[in-house]
Design a protein around this ligand. Structure first.
Ligand code: ADP
Length: 247
């Protein structure tokens, strides 16, 4: 286990319960997707896993330090006045790493996401997909053991999303961080993760867990196969039920 939530409950003053009781144990090197209705507490669960917030009840256990954890959000949150390389360098700068090391690791991280040529570009000059890859490079530059992705591709078009999901698999295969990926998109969850956790409507609890039995990265044609389609169907049904939607 690298990080775990045990029966956690989060309540916000004046708004009542936002999450839980909810449990999720993340194993080193695994990819877990979390799907659930909007507002059920998925982002809150990620913040707990990141150690950024404390639960009102239950326990959070983290076997990884702040430096070993990276978060990526839906909007790439890049500094608009700084070149891509400077954006990627930020976590190393904050950690006080020397300039030479920074330069080397930034170049390596940009290479990993296929953006060496864009090192001097400003965020406004990048497409949405490229900006997200810079954001991924910034998350990877510290070689995290726990990577938390909060609907990172929600604002992008379908084709770009598919490419980025392949990028995530490729990057994951190099250093095998544990990944927790929050998404609304069931197809994306099934393609990306080795297990998918379905949450109920808020305050979110675990409704269902589905294991996806296929190698990572996915073999060619995986989306057209029965394993993929059955898992998507099972999760979509669980999600409908969890959201209280009429069937
Ligand atoms: P999700 O990511 O599943 O959409 P969130 O974790 O963002 O859900 O939010 C869960 C619930 O908690 C929502 O009702 C949201 O409005 C509320 N919430 C989230 N963060 C805060 C906060 N900082 N203060 C008050 N309420 C919050």
């Amino acid at each position: 286990m690298i990080a775990a939530l045990r029966d956690v409950v989060v309540e916000y003053a004046g708004r009542g319960r936002a999450l839980g009781p909810f449990s999720l144990a993340v194993q080193p090197g695994e990819i877990v997707a979390v799907v659930g209705p909007s507002g059920c507490g998925k982002s809150t669960a990620l913040r707990l896993l990141a150690g950024l917030e404390q639960p009102g009840a239950g326990e959070v256990e983290r076997q990884v330090g702040r430096g070993g954890t990276a978060l990526v959000f839906q909007s790439p949150t890049l500094m608009p006045w700084a070149e891509a390389a400077a954006n990627v360098a930020l976590p190393l700068e904050l950690a006080g790493r020397p300039v030479g090391e920074r330069r080397e690791r930034v170049a390596h991280a940009l290479r990993r996401v296929g953006l060496s040529d864009a090192a001097r570009a400003f965020p406004a000059e990048l497409s949405g997909g490229m900006a997200m890859r810079v954001s991924l490079a910034r998350a990877l530059v510290t070689e995290p053991r726990l990577l938390l992705l909060d609907e990172p591709f929600a604002a992008l078009d379908g084709l770009t999303r598919r490419r980025l999901v392949e990028d995530v698999h490729r990057l994951w295969a190099q250093t095998r961080p544990a990944i927790v990926f929050v998404t609304h998109d069931v197809d994306e969850a099934v393609y990306l993760a080795s297990r998918v956790v379905v949450m109920t409507a808020g305050p979110g609890r675990a409704a269902r867990e589905v294991a996806i039995e296929a190698p990572l990265p996915r073999p060619p044609g995986f989306r057209a196969g029965a394993a993929f389609r059955n898992a998507v169907e099972e999760i979509s049904e669980a999600l409908d039920k969890a959201a209280g939607a009429p069937v």
